[in-house]
Design a protein around this ligand. Structure first.
Ligand code: Z5A
Length: 220
C-alpha cells in the first residue's frame, strides 16, 4: 500500500480512540518513540487542543467548574476542531506527513452524540461542518471495559471524568456500535500489558501501511 490515501492526499491521518484510561496517550507516545528510532517523520496531536484557541477551549470543557449545556459543549469542542483541522491537520497532510491524533470525530459521536443525548447523526452533521468532511484514514479503537480504564487513572478527575458510571458505560456502548458501523475502525483489545498491546497495534498498522510502520520486532 502506498502512502497516498484513498482521498488522494499525500499524508496519513490515524486517530486513537477509547474510553478514559484505555491507553491512547501511552501508546501514542510509544509509537512515536519507535517511529523516531526508525527515522519516520510524524506528528502527534491531541483533541480537544492542538492550537492556541483549542487549548483554551480544552480548559473550559474540562474544568470541573464549567456549567455547560450539551449543545454548548458540542459547539465548543467543534470550534476547537475547526481550528485544529485548518491550522494543523490539513496542512500536515498536504505536506505528506503522518499525523497521529489522540481523539477526533468518534469521540464526538460517542460522548456528545450518544452519552450526552444529542444524537449521533446530529453530532456528525455539525462535526462535518466543522471539519469540512476531513476524515481519518484509520481509527485505532483501544477497547477496555470502562471500569478497568477508570481503575488505571491516578490523576484528579476532570469535568468529563466526573460524569456518572452510566455516562461512561454509554460512551463505551457507543464506541462498540461505531466500531461496527463506521469505516476504517481497527479494534485492539487494550486490557493487557503495554508490551502486548503495543505489538498488537504495530502489527495491525504495519499490515495496512507497511511503508510507515515497517513490519518486524521492536528494537530498543
Ligand atoms: N471529549 C469529548 O467529550 N468529545 C470530543 O469530541 C473530544 C473529547 C475530542 C479529553 O480528555 C476529554 O474530552 C475526554 C473525552 C472528551 N474525557 N473523558 N473521559 P483527556 O484527553 O485528558 O482524557 P482521555 O483522552 O480520556 O485521557 P486518559 O484518561 O488519560 O486516557 P488514555 O490516554 O487512553 O490513557 P493513558 O493516559 O495512556 O493511560 C492511563 C493510565 O493507565 C496511565 O497511568 C498509564 O500508565 C496506565 N496504562 C496505560 N496502558 C496500560 C496497560 N496496558 N496496563 C496498565 N496500565 C496502563
Amino acid at each position: 500500500m502506498s502512502s497516498t490515501t484513498t482521498d488522494g492526499r499525500a499524508g496519513l491521518f490515524l486517530v486513537f480512540e477509547g474510553v478514559e484510561g484505555a491507553g491512547k496517550t501511552t501508546h501514542l507516545r510509544r509509537l512515536s518513540r519507535r517511529l523516531d528510532r526508525q527515522g519516520i517523520a510524524h506528528i502527534v496531536v491531541r483533541e480537544p487542543g492542538g492550537t492556541r484557541a483549542g487549548e483554551r477551549i480544552r480548559d473550559i470543557v474540562l474544568d470541573p467548574g464549567s456549567e455547560l449545556f450539551p449543545e454548548t459543549e458540542l459547539l465548543l469542542l467543534l470550534a476547537a476542531r475547526a481550528e485544529f483541522v485548518r491550522r494543523v491537520v490539513g496542512p500536515a497532510l498536504e505536506r505528506g506527513e503522518l499525523v497521529l491524533g489522540d481523539r477526533y470525530e468518534l469521540s464526538t459521536l460517542a460522548y456528545q452524540g450518544a452519552a450526552r443525548g444529542i444524537g449521533i447523526e446530529t453530532a456528525r452533521e455539525v462535526n462535518d461542518f466543522a471539519t469540512d468532511g476531513l476524515r481519518p484514514d484509520g481509527t485505532v479503537l483501544l477497547r477496555i471495559a470502562p471500569e478497568s480504564g477508570r481503575g488505571r487513572k491516578t490523576e484528579a478527575a476532570d469535568r468529563m471524568e466526573r460524569e456518572s458510571e452510566a455516562f461512561h458505560d454509554s460512551v463505551a456502548e457507543a464506541y462498540d456500535l461505531l466500531s461496527r458501523t463506521e469505516p476504517g475502525v481497527i479494534v485492539i483489545d487494550s486490557d493487557d500489558s503495554p508490551d502486548v498491546v503495543h505489538r498488537r497495534i504495530w502489527t495491525s498498522l504495519s499490515e495496512r501501511w507497511p511503508d510507515r510502520f515497517p513490519p518486524g520486532e521492536e528494537r530498543e
